[in-house]
Design a binder for this molecule. Structure first.
Ligand code: TZP
Ligand code: MG
Length: 217
């Protein structure tokens, strides 16, 4: 399993920046201390083709400057083309084992799962981490599954203690302790950073909150 710091895993598409320029939001988030970034460019407002590639490269350049892994959601071709650090797929995308074959052994592979069964398959396919949710109500994914709470995270964490888990969906600095204490390694966040007045401060307070749980204060 490839090692990756998932404590504050920021996810964003070009359309997820209601208060301004998405690249500015990303740079602010990087300054605030996000530890991983995923470009999730999908849905009706998503960039496509050359525009998507150019935006991805700009995000990648920023992530490199801050030494933060740059992961592409779904688009294996783009990830390989621009040599991203990894790919994240869900259950309705290309199967995780096919993705692993296409990206090779060096890149990170993340898989969204909702059960012990799916976690087992993800692990067998060569996943480096799994995403689980939605933990809470989310406004950022129109086709999100019903709110799952943290029970499944605890279950998977108990069975696969070495498999990093990120919780996702409605997570904020005020409710992430429950997610972390259920066995998550980190938290995936869209709106609590991208929709914040001050994304840098938001990222910093998320990292502080994660750290407080990790050291038990
Ligand atoms: N998958 C499950 S919930 C979600 C995704 C991509 C959206 C999370 O966004 P937010 O704004 O942090 O709830
Ligand atoms: Mg997907």
């Amino acid at each position: 399993m490839r090692d990756v710091d998932l404590r504050v895993y920021f996810i964003m598409g070009s359309f997820n920046a209601p208060n301004g320029d998405p690249l500015h939001v990303l740079e602010q988030a990087l300054k605030g201390g996000i530890t991983c970034f995923q470009l999730r460019e999908k849905g009706p407002d998503a960039l496509t083709g050359d525009e998507k590639t150019a935006f991805a490269k700009s995000c990648q350049r920023l992530c490199k400057a801050y030494g933060v892994p740059f992961i592409v959601n779904d688009d294996v071709e783009l990830a390989v083309l621009i040599d991203a650090d990894g790919v994240h797929v869900g259950q309705d995308d290309l199967s995780a084992s096919v993705v692993r074959r296409n990206i090779g052994e060096q890149k990170l592979l993340g898989v969204s799962v909702h059960s012990v069964f799916e976690a087992t398959s993800a692990l067998a396919a060569g996943a480096d981490y799994i995403g689980m949710g939605p933990v809470y109500e989310t406004v950022s994914k129109s086709d999100a599954k019903p709110v799952a709470g943290t029970a499944r995270i605890s279950e998977v964490a108990a069975i696969f203690p070495e498999l990093p888990i990120v919780g996702i969906g409605g997570i904020t600095a005020s409710n992430l302790d429950i997610v972390m204490n259920s066995g998550a390694t980190g938290v995936s966040i869209i709106s609590a950073i991208s929709g914040a007045e001050n994304p840098e401060a938001a990222a910093r307070s998320l990292l502080d909150a994660v750290q407080r749980v990790k050291v038990g204060i």
